[in-house]
Design a protein around this ligand. Structure first.
Ligand code: PEP
Ligand code: MG
Length: 756
């Protein structure tokens, strides 16, 4: 059994020995990338420790608990970790780790700071990913400290979140091992990121961003980096933009800890970070890595004492899930028109659906035509190549779900179900909102809404955060692939309405735990995909007419105007048992380590609603210090009394412009007859937004937008100018929004410079 191996002794086939992390670092070294020196404590070494120390029986017995019981789960973590910490590590393993560290120091000529990172592997499934569930320890120095960190990494295999995850995914605890990598931390004088190909066009142009000091400033976006573009085929520098670099991150020589924002000495602020030779050296390395992996790479690099290091290389996230269909405009006859609610162009056979019983009619690749979709139609929507509805606006159920399913959709055609009939062959253009007769030549495949925007997600770092809205857990992965800075709105309505049974039915039949379990499951899928980035979950906000369609929904009152009726926070505060079930789900998620879950309250109009909601949250045993709590600003009432909410205490305020617009302009958001005057750019809306942002900025409260308007470039530009902290867009719009934000920010900076 090998206890420790140098990273250059392993490669991509050694995942079961050194974990995914160790194997990928080894692989990069093998293709000649200058990766910082280090070694891995192998997974067999961990196994050996378990077997020889005689703790196996007790350890695995301690994990046999009901993982849905938070107390039992936390107890399991406590017990398992203390079994690990109390066990005696065989002296030969301890010695091998310490000796290897000392050898590393000898090679480096000093006692080095190292990063100690966990990498879990499943014996029978070497590719299983447990990323992010175990611990990492940075800036460790000295053999004792390094060894201690290795043992802590081992113990982190038994954190509550990791235990829960394995049980839920059906992994046997006994078959999951852990390897630990120990790698020298680079103390760079300059660093940054680069894309091996142009992230939007795919051209062989390496885009490099560079700043002084450690890489954190570039990765986090806290500094404007220099930007260079190198043609890697001609090895020619195409452009250089030298930014003013105000701050840099440096390492404290004593503790090894990062000092985040040290001012850059004046003479270096406007100085070009990289020499031309260094740019070319990086571009050459980028080409090697892209060639080796076969796809464009997003690479972190650094220079220490003029020596180049590659810290990480991973694929530029492809958000395409289908083949992009070229849009030609076509010369086919237009049958119906509506709102282009989800982009993409496809052809298929019409299936008109008049009720839930007919959903089986929709086969893969058909075009579903219906008056309006409902949550029970989601399985059929997944099979459909496109969706056409008679009713609805840009924010109705059909529009939101189609976008998340990357399914082209034309909404609010008024006459779709009348004009289109079963068996007709049509082509749907979900960008322009057109439905053509027949199959247009190029529209043969289901186009991904995301692909219709771009092939790759561009990792442009902006000061204004760009987040994403999610409504169905199935969209979590695709949403995370946009590399958004978090989820600015997770709507739970779609999850709850999708259960088919009214929440009250769960309560009456004593099935509260089942309901809470469903919520935990759905939210967890999203929170896991984004962890540790924030995910703001909005409490239930479905109007009575939507609830009525569910089993047990007959109890819903008939309201003259459901949009102005019993929904959102006003309902939560009356039907507190429903609200409390949601809060219990949030609490459970926090207990599972998903502390990135925040709470957002919908449709508030008076501060007293916030006061009461907070009381209930505290009654449910949640600590408001430890959870992000915010409000939706979607009524003029909330917008114009924002000071009261700030004084009462909120972490964030997010504009729900769909409702704010309908309530300010008296325009029903779901009524296609008035869709043409539904405008979020109306001065009255912008005034309210500006007022709220100003007040929040004065008070240090985060602002965001999660209404549909956050996906519109014109609105985004205004919001950046107004000074909003973040923007949450639809999945298909994240990239365009990020570009719009970046441009708007640059214009502001340029103007400021010119005015100096
Ligand atoms: C809004 O009103 O803008 C919003 C985001 O909430 P919903 O669309 O779910 O009402
Ligand atoms: Mg709303």
């Amino acid at each position: 059994m090998t206890t420790v191996v140098w990273l250059n002794e392993v490669g991509k086939d050694d995942v079961s020995i050194v974990g995914g992390k160790g194997a990928s670092l080894g692989e990069m070294i093998n293709v000649g990338a200058p990766v910082p020196d280090g070694f891995a404590v192998t997974a067999p070494a961990f196994r050996h420790f378990i077997d020889r120390s005689g703790i196996a029986d007790d350890l695995f017995a301690s994990l046999k608990v009901d993982v849905n019981d938070p107390d039992a789960l936390n107890r399991a973590e406590r017990d398992a970790k203390s079994i690990i910490f109390d066990a005696e590590v065989p002296p030969d393993i301890e010695k091998a780790v310490k000796d290897r560290y000392l050898e590393l120091c000898e090679r480096e000529g000093e006692e080095v700071f190292v990063a100690v990172r966990s990498s879990a592997t499943a014996e029978d499934l070497p590719d299983a990913s447990f990323a992010g569930q175990q611990d990492t320890f940075l800036n460790m120095r000295g053999a004792d400290q390094v060894f201690e960190a290795v043992v802590k990494c081992w113990a982190s295999l038994y954190g509550a979140r990791a235990i829960f995850y394995r049980v839920e995914q059906g992994f046997d605890h006994e078959k999951v091992n852990i390897s630990v990598t120990v790698q020298k931390m680079v103390n760079s004088e300059k660093s940054g990121v680069m894309f091996s190909s142009h992230p939007s066009t795919g051209e062989p142009e390496v885009m490099i961003e560079a700043a002084w000091g450690l890489g954190e400033t570039v990765v986090s976006g806290s500094v404007s980096p220099d930007n260079y573009v190198v043609d890697r085929e001609e090895m020619k520098i195409l452009s250089k933009i030298i930014a003013t670099k105000e701050i840099m991150a440096v390492r404290d020589p004593k503790t090894g800890k990062t000092i985040d924002a040290k001012p850059v000495p004046p003479e270096m602020r406007d100085k070009q970070v990289l020499s031309e030779n260094e740019m070319l050296e990086l571009a050459e390395q980028a080409a090697v890595l892209e060639k080796h992996y076969g796809i464009p790479q997003d690479i972190e690099w650094a220079f220490e004492n003029d020596e180049m290091f590659i810290l990480q290389s991973r694929p530029i996230t492809t958000i395409s899930s289908g083949t992009k269909a070229e849009e030609t405009g076509g010369d086919g006859k237009i049958l119906v028109t509506g709102l282009g609610a989800s982009p993409g162009m496809v052809s298929g056979e019409v299936k008109v659906i008049t009720g839930s019983k007919e959903l089986n009619k929709v086969r893969d690749g058909d075009i579903m035509v219906t008056v309006m979709t409902t949550p029970d139609m989601v399985p059929a929507m997944k099979r459909a190549a496109a969706i056409v509805t008679d009713e609805g606006g840009m924010t109705c159920h059909a529009a939101i779900v189609s976008r998340e399913l990357s399914c082209p959709a034309v909404i609010g055609t008024k006459i779709g179900t009348e004009k289109l009939s079963d068996g007709m062959l049509i082509t749907v253009d979900g960008r322009k909102g057109l439905v053509y007769e027949g199959r247009l030549e190029v529209a043969k495949e289901k186009a991904s809404a995301a692909a219709a925007v771009s092939v790759v997600a561009q990792k442009l770092i902006t000061a204004t955060e760009v987040k994403v809205n999610v409504s169905i857990p199935e969209a979590a992965e695709q949403a995370a692939a946009t590399m958004a800075d978090g989820v600015g709105l997770l709507r739970v309505e779609h999850m709850i309405l999708g259960l088919g049974e009214h929440p009250q039915k769960f309560i009456e039949e004593g099935r509260e735990e089942e309901y809470i379990g469903e919520l935990v499951k759905g939210i967890k899928t999203v929170a896991d995909a984004f962890y540790p980035k924030p995910v703001w979950v909005r409490t239930l906000d479905a109007p009575t007419d939507e609830f009525r369609g569910m089993e047990g929904g007959e109890i819903e009152p008939h309201e003259h105007n459901p949009m102005l009726g019993w929904r959102g926070i006003r309902r939560d505060l009356e039907q507190t048992h429903h609200f409390r079930m949601e809060l219990r789900a949030f609490k459970k998620l926090h207990e599972l380590g998903l502390t990135n879950v925040g709470i957002m309250l919908p449709l508030v109009q008076h501060v007293s609603e916030l006061v009461r909601a907070k009381e209930i949250i505290c009654e449910e045993g949640m600590d408001l210090e430890k959870i992000d709590l915010g409000i939706m600003v979607e009524t003029p009432g909330a917008a114009l009394s924002i000071e009261d909410f700030i004084a009462e205490g909120i972490d964030f305020a997010s504009f729900g412009t769909n409702d704010l617009t309908q309530y300010t302009l008296a325009v029903d958001r779901n009524n296609e007859n008035v869709a043409s005057i539904f405008s979020e750019l109306h001065p009255a809306i912008l005034k309210q937004i500006e007022y709220v942002v100003d007040k929040c900025n004065e008070a240090g409260v985060t602002t965001s937008i999660c209404g549909q308007a956050g996906s519109y470039p014109e609105m985004v530009k205004r919001l950046v100018e107004i000074g909003i902290s973040s923007i949450s867009a639809n999945i298909d719009a994240v990239e365009v929004v990020r570009e719009t934000v970046a441009r708007a920010e640059r214009i502001i900076m340029l103007q400021a410079l010119r005015e100096r």
